[in-house]
Design a protein around this ligand. Structure first.
Ligand code: BGC
Length: 715
């Protein structure tokens, strides 16, 4: 076994140190001025020093759009008319593009809007691994897979930082549940921590040069993230050579001395621990002044790279420009996932076989709902959000007849408040039996009858199911993955009067779609997909573009098939023991031989692809891809590595994603595709040696269209 000592050695550090200037600045500052920079000055800024012209650092939520302006010391909006923004597809939607380039454009757009709004550091991307399907922030996070998460993270951060703003990758680390996030201790093995949970953070720092890291609310292996010596000092600073600033999550600091000594730089948003208490700790000798100087140096390092915007110039210009709307349209278009398509039910033909205009019944409230705001988490005051219903009307015009019926009543903010969701208590109201939408809730007779009448009269039913941002929300996990609001029951009723059903699921996380899959000819996953969501969806449904999104997570058939649930490792209140270890997502389903409903990496197109001529050359894998169907389409080719035996004795998952690429081909065209493994792709974490290592275990390369549909295998 070969040990690899320097963790960042494979990626050259992007920045060189220029501490001389900062040292000169630091010499001029009093202790009070220095400490004044280490805590919140307002809800979304940390202090500057007016006397010598150091401006405050301005932060902006969040991962998927620049949040509206809030009052200095409360969460209440200021109420400007100039602070609306573009709503970008949420995290899992972005990851479903399987495109680092799309992530780069996303980051670029976010940076441009942040700067126009006068912000320095974007509080994103949010990159925690999607450990449980019910996680409240699964929609905000990227993937269950560390490699896919890492590629999207790197694209996003480079896009942000090469366009003038700083990125703050969050939530460091192992913040995989929302219930009890402020108290839970995530107990995780060294190997799972390194290979799974820290992977996107390591890529963010070592490869993309992230300027900010946000410490999470929870504890990891017994210590709060905002004072965790292993995470903040040993891993982040010493191993990864992080040069930027570590800020706490909002209200996530728990001490003065431990947090200061172990690596937190800035307490947000107040000054309970890093205000007078920190000055006193220095004066008492509990915290050396050098430690304070280092924190200021980290802040100046960021400031040097991201100059402040003149406050008089902020929030003056329109941010949600046509260019940005086009950008989010392009990203949304690449993210929509076609889960099922029996007998080419999609794309929709707008004329019937008799040449009449198609009669379409659009049923389900998620068709008409916006998703930019909601839950208790950061949202976007979107200037524009095209709903699926609007998108379909815009694109179809009078070429077909559209009738809309809400069918069911969606879960609302009021319902959530009644359920006492705040503070991480279970999200009341998503029921506990198949299809139950809310405890004790029934389908509304009038809505049901109107929906059935519309379905009966239509040629095709477009059924809209899924969640909204009150159900998938920061601060609370879902109690199950059943479709809310009696959607399964409604679908069964509709199927009795018209079996030509296409279901569109609007959600950011896995749902139990067994019933939907059974009763629908086609199933499409449309995500919480940003300002142009409705237009992108309509263009996919109508066949203007072939779908090309791929699942960034596994859709289990039932919740209990998923690892943490199967092992009763979740729900967890005080200690969450990560018993599944490295077997997260598809790694678990493979190991247990459980068939999920839709596998990781799944997604259909409107064409067919043929794979041939596999060639392996060291860490390069090449093959020929041919579009054998009738329309242009993009295939997402995926490379998984399998170990044939383990002579070394190391335990391996059945397969791990190591490379992927989007390849667009016209009908009949073919292309030689080369996938290159990263230099560190074959490493594993040797827990006994506390180091990365490689083995001589024989490899098998598997090239596929999904994680289960493997088309070529090396000998
Ligand atoms: C969230 C962060 C967010 C911060 C500021 C916290 O509750 O966990 O992701 O950036 O609030 O809004």
């Amino acid at each position: 076994m070969k040990k690899i000592l320097s963790l960042c050695a494979v990626f050259p550090l992007l920045f060189s140190c220029s501490s001389v200037d900062s040292d000169k600045i630091i010499e001029q500052l009093t202790l009070e001025e220095k400490v004044g920079m280490l805590h919140g000055a307002t809800m979304f800024s940390s202090g500057g020093v007016d006397r010598i012209g150091i401006p405050p650092l301005k932060y902006a939520d969040g991962p998927f759009g620049i949040r509206e302006e809030l009052q200095d010391h409360s969460w209440a909006p200021v109420g400007l008319t100039t602070d609306s923004a573009t709503f970008f597809p949420t995290g899992s939607a972005l990851a479903a593009t399987w495109s680092e380039e799309a992530a780069y454009l996303y980051g670029k757009g976010m940076a441009q809007e942040a700067r126009t709004r006068g912000k320095d550091m974007i509080l994103g991307p949010a990159v925690n691994i999607q450990r449980i399907p019910t996680g409240g922030r699964t929609y905000e996070y990227l993937s269950e897979d560390p490699y896919l998460s890492s590629r999207i993270t790197v694209g996003y951060i480079k896009g942000v930082q090469e366009n003038g703003a700083a990125a703050c990758v969050k939530h460091f680390a192992v913040n995989n549940q929302e219930n009890n996030r402020g108290s839970v201790d995530a107990v995780v093995s060294e190997r799972a921590l390194r290979e799974i949970y820290l992977a996107p953070f390591r890529a963010a720092v070592c490869e993309a040069g992230a300027l900010g890291v946000m410490a999470a609310y929870n504890k990891v292996n017994g210590s709060w993230c905002a004072e965790n010596k292993v995470l903040l000092s040993q891993i982040l600073r010493d191993e990864w050579a992080f040069r930027g600033v570590v800020i706490s999550d909002w209200g996530g600091t728990h001490s003065t001395v431990d947090a200061a000594l172990n690596g937190l730089d800035v307490e947000m948003p107040g000054d309970t621990f890093f205000g007078d208490a920190l000055i006193e700790a220095v004066q008492n000798g509990d915290v050396p002044e050098d430690v304070i100087d280092n924190k200021v140096r980290n802040l100046l390092y960021v400031r040097e790279r991201v100059p402040a915007i003149d406050p008089d110039k902020a929030n003056k210009k329109e941010v949600s420009t046509p260019e940005h709307l086009k950008m989010v349209y392009d990203i949304a278009l690449q993210s929509v996932v076609l889960l099922k398509n029996d007998k080419n039910a999609l794309p929709l033909e707008l004329k019937t076989s008799k040449g009449n205009k198609l009669k379409i019944a659009i049923i389900g409230e998620t068709a008409a709902q916006t998703n930019a705001l909601g839950g208790i988490g950061a949202g976007v005051k979107a200037k524009i959000e095209v709903t699926p219903l609007q998108g379909l009307k815009d694109r179809i015009g009078d070429l077909a007849t559209i009738v809309y019926e809400p069918g069911y009543t969606s879960y609302t903010a009021q319902d959530r408040m009644k359920g006492g969701v705040l503070g991480g208590v279970v999200l009341a109201g998503t029921g506990s039996t198949l299809g139950a939408g809310r405890v004790g809730h029934q389908l509304d007779e009038e809505r049901l009858n109107a929906a059935k009448a519309a379905a009966q009269d239509a040629d095709v039913v477009l059924f809209f199911a899924g969640d909204n941002r009150e159900i998938e929300t920061e601060g609370a996990d879902r109690t199950n993955i059943y479709l809310p609001s009696m959607q399964d029951q409604l679908l069964k009723e509709l199927e009795k009067v018209n079996s030509n059903i296409i279901t569109v699921v609007v959600a950011g996380a896995p749902l139990d779609l067994r019933n939907v899959d059974k009763l629908s000819k086609a199933v499409v996953l449309s995500w919480f997909n940003g300002s142009e969501s409705g237009h992108a969806l309509a263009d996919i449904l109508l066949g203007k573009v072939s779908p090309s999104g791929r699942l960034p997570f596994t859709f289990p058939a039932t919740l209990n098939d998923s690892p943490a649930y199967a092992l009763k490792a979740y729900p967890a209140t005080e200690k969450a023991v990560y018993k599944e270890d490295i077997y997260v997502g598809y790694r678990w389903f493979d190991a247990q031989h459980i068939r999920p409903l839709y596998v990781f990496g799944h997604g259909l197109t409107y064409t067919t692809f043929e794979y041939s001529n596999l060639e392996i050359n060291g860490q390069e894998v090449s093959f020929t891809l041919k579009n054998t169907g009738k329309v242009e389409a993009t295939e997402v080719v995926q490379l998984y590595v399998h170990r044939k035996t383990s002579k070394s004795g190391v335990e391996w998952p059945d397969k791990e994603l190591k490379a992927f690429k989007r390849v667009t081909l016209k009908p009949g065209d073919s292309s030689v595709v080369t996938l290159v493994l990263a230099p560190d792709a074959l490493q594993y974490w040797d827990s006994a040696a506390h180091a990365w290592a490689t083995t001589e275990d024989p490899l098998e390369f598997r090239v596929g269209s999904t994680s289960a549909d493997i088309r070529l295998t090396s000998r």
